[in-house]
Design a protein around this ligand. Structure first.
Ligand code: OAD
Length: 225
C-alpha cells in the first residue's frame, strides 16, 4: 500500500523540540517574523544566524521518539513517503528512507543568491561565511513569504496515496496545509494530534486524539497486521 505521511512540529515534541504555536506567537522567545522571514534577515542577519545556530545544536542533541521509529518500521511492509514541515533530521535518524523537507533542513546551508544549491552544514554559520559563489551563507530554510520549491512535487505525491497520516501539525501554514486536500476522496486520512486542528471537510477522515508517540504506534501496529 502507498502511505503518505505529513508531519509537523508535534511529531518531534516528545523529542524535546518545542512546537511553534500556542506560545503567544513566540518561537524560543523571538517573534517568528524576526527570525523566519526575509525582512527579519535584512534587519538583523546576525540574530537570525545565531537563532538557527542554537536550534541546530538543540536538534543535534535530540533523539528520535517512538513516533519517528514507528514510521520507519512501517516501511518494512508498505511504500511510505514522508513529507515533513520540520527542519530537524529525526525521521532520517530513526531510519525512514524517503523524507521530503518542505520547509528546508537545519543541517544544510545555501548562499543568499542561489536557493537551488545547498551544502552540508553540521555546525554554526557566521557573518562572513561565504558559499563557493562568493555570497554569504544562510540556513537552507524556507522563510515566511518565500516560495516552497518542493510544493509541486509534494502535490503530485498526494494523488497516489491510499492512506494519509497527518501527524502533529496545526494545519494553519499554507501552502503545506493544503496538501491533504490533494489526496483522493477514496484514501483514508488519519489525523493524529492531541488537539484536533480546525480543518475543511473532506471524505474518509479519522481523528486520533493522542500524542504522536502513542497515536502513531497504535496506527502503525494496525497497518502492519
Ligand atoms: P505548529 O506549532 O503550528 O503545530 C504543532 C501541532 O502539534 C499542534 O497542532 C499541536 O496540537 C500538535 N502537538 C503538540 N504536541 C504534540 C504531540 N506530542 N504529538 C502530536 N502532536 C502534537 O507546528 P507546524 O504545524 O509544524 O515553518 O507549523 C508549520 C510551520 O509553521 C513550520 O514548519 C514552521 C512554522 O512557522 C517554518 O519555519 C517555515
Amino acid at each position: 500500500m502507498e502511505i503518505i505521511v505529513l508531519t509537523g512540529a508535534g511529531v518531534s515534541a516528545e523529542s524535546g523540540i518545542p512546537t511553534f504555536r500556542g506560545n503567544n506567537g513566540l518561537w524560543e522567545n523571538h517573534r517568528i517574523e524576526d527570525v523566519a522571514s526575509p525582512e527579519g534577515w535584512e534587519r538583523n542577519p546576525q540574530l537570525v544566524l545565531q537563532f538557527y545556530n542554537e536550534r541546530r545544536k538543540k536538534i543535534a542533541e535530540a533523539q528520535p521518539n517512538a513516533a519517528h521509529y514507528a514510521l520507519a518500521e512501517l516501511e518494512k511492509k508498505h511504500t511510505v513517503k514522508i513529507i515533513t514541515q520540520n527542519i530537524d533530521d529525526l525521521h532520517e535518524r530513526a531510519g525512514s528512507k524517503n523524507v521530503m523537507h518542505l520547509h528546508g533542513e537545519i543541517f544544510k546551508s545555501r548562499s543568499i543568491k542561489n536557493e537551488t544549491v545547498n551544502y552540508d552544514c553540521p555546525g554554526d554559520i557566521n557573518i562572513g561565511d561565504i558559499a563557493p559563489d562568493g555570497f554569504q551563507l544562510r540556513p537552507h530554510i524556507v522563510w515566511f513569504g518565500e516560495m516552497v520549491p518542493m510544493m509541486e512535487t509534494a502535490t503530485h505525491m498526494m494523488h497516489t496515496a491510499e492512506i494519509v497520516l497527518v501527524i502533529g501539525t496545526s494545519m494553519v501554514v499554507y501552502p503545506a496545509a493544503s496538501l491533504l486536500y490533494f489526496a483522493t476522496p477514496f484514501s483514508t486520512k488519519y489525523i493524529i494530534n492531541p488537539e484536533i486542528p480546525e480543518m475543511q471537510k473532506t471524505k474518509n477522515l479519522i481523528f486520533i486524539q493522542k500524542n504522536a508517540g502513542e497515536g502513531v504506534k497504535e496506527i502503525v501496529e494496525r497497518l502492519m497486521e
